[in-house]
Structure formats: structure tokens, C-alpha cells
Design a protein around this ligand. Structure first.
Ligand code: ADP
Ligand code: 5GP
Length: 182
């Protein structure tokens, strides 16, 4: 069976993390891509599992060698998806990347086989409820994430698939169908 590379995007709080985590727990033929970063590990983070932690020099050397499907700088640190990890893993498993719209479009440029999936909420009110319900952001951060949503959703037309995450099990089944159908 052919293995696929999927980039899953969508507004914060829509449920991407929950969907991807559930699929990875249930299926041994799907893994999540491990990114490289120059930020120091947080307590409990493991090299090769949560991230590959690299020095700035090493990261920049790998940019020169064109080893990133996409990369970006957040809060003064580099983050990127290593082509070498993705290529090697695709020999035996499908790979899911949970990345934003900009990263997904970059990845598609350097790896055209990559399929872009956008997860959307059933309504804006429901998205607000999920963001508040998760309890991990302040009201101000929630407002920032909602503003960012408009930007993400304005790129919907560039995507290969749109999944509405209303019923979680159905959304998970939809994502599995894409993995199996590609
Ligand atoms: P994301 O990774 O897109 O930021 P999360 O996976 O953290 O979003 O989900 C945000 C919140 O919404 C979590 O509390 C999660 O349990 C909840 N959630 C996810 N999918 C659904 C759904 N279909 N219906 C109701 N709540 C959901
Ligand atoms: P954190 O430091 O909290 O783990 O991540 C900070 C930010 O970096 C998050 O917004 C996360 O989505 C982003 N990020 C993590 N990995 C990658 C990656 O491989 N590429 C890009 N472009 N962003 C990433």
C-alpha cells in the first residue's frame, strides 16, 4: 500500500490535535512528523520524539542543504519539517504534519504529492466554545486566535480536502478515508 504525506491545518481549537492524536493511537501505519527546532527542550520533551533539538548553526546548515520541506521562525527560534525524516518514514508509514496554512503551502511546493487537509468548525460560535472549554488560553489569546481564523479560512480554496469537525468520530473517519484513499 502506498503511504501518504498529509498536512492538516485549521483554526486553533477546531480539534486537529485531538483528531490526529486519536488516529495515531489507533493506527500503527500512521505517525506524526517530528519537526526540528532551535528552541531548548522543555521539561519532559524528548529529542526525536517531540522535536529534533538543533543548534542554530546546525539548523542553518540544513537550510543551506535544502533539508526542510518548510521552515519558519517563531519567537526568535527556527522550526521546520525535515525532508529526510519525512522521506525515510514514508517508506513504511503515512505521515501527518500539523502545520499552519503558510507551512502547508510551502510544503506542497517542495513536495507536490503532499495532500492538504483543512479542518473547519461547524460554526464560529462552536469554535469559541471549544477554545474557551479547553481552558488553556486567556480571553485575549482567544481573540487573537479567532482573528487568525479568518486568515486561515480565506485559503480554503487552495486545499485538497475540507473536513467539518462537528461529530468527532465522523471527522476522524473522514481523515482515515483520505489516508486510505490516496
Ligand atoms: P486544535 O488542535 O485544533 O487547536 P484541540 O484538539 O486542542 O484543537 O481541540 C480543542 C477543544 O475542542 C478540546 O477541548 C477538544 O476536546 C474539543 N473538541 C475537539 N473536537 C471536538 C468535537 N467534534 N466536538 C466537541 N468538542 C471537540
Ligand atoms: P512550541 O515552541 O510551543 O512547541 O511551538 C511554537 C510554534 O511553532 C507553534 O505555533 C507551532 O505550531 C510551530 N511549529 C512547530 N513545528 C513547526 C514546523 O515544523 N514548522 C513550522 N512552520 N512551525 C512549527
Amino acid at each position: 500500500m502506498k503511504h501518504v504525506l498529509l498536512a492538516v491545518s485549521g483554526p486553533s481549537g477546531v480539534g486537529k490535535g485531538t483528531m490526529v492524536k486519536t488516529i495515531i493511537e489507533r493506527r500503527s501505519d500512521v505517525v506524526e512528523s517530528v519537526s526540528c527546532t532551535t528552541r531548548p527542550p522543555r521539561e519532559g520533551e524528548v529529542h526525536g520524539k517531540h522535536y529534533f533539538f538543533l543548534s542554530r548553526e546546525e539548523f542553518e546548515r540544513r537550510i543551506q542543504e535544502d533539508d526542510f520541506l518548510e521552515y519558519d521562525e517563531h519567537f526568535g527560534n527556527y522550526y521546520g519539517t525535515p525532508k529526510s525524516f519525512v522521506r525515510e518514514t514514508l517508506k513504511t508509514k503515512s505521515v501527518i504534519m500539523e502545520i499552519d496554512v503558510v507551512g502547508s503551502l510551502e510544503a506542497k511546493k517542495s513536495f507536490p504529492e503532499c495532500k492538504l487537509v483543512m479542518v473547519v468548525p461547524p460554526s464560529v460560535d462552536e469554535l469559541k466554545r471549544r477554545l474557551s472549554g479547553r481552558g488553556s488560553e486567556t480571553e485575549e489569546q482567544i481573540q487573537g486566535r479567532l482573528a487568525r481564523m479568518e486568515y486561515e479560512l480565506s485559503h480554503k480554496h487552495l486545499y485538497d480536502y475540507i473536513i467539518v469537525n462537528d461529530d468527532l468520530e465522523k471527522a476522524i473517519a473522514d481523515l482515515c478515508k483520505i489516508i486510505d484513499g490516496e
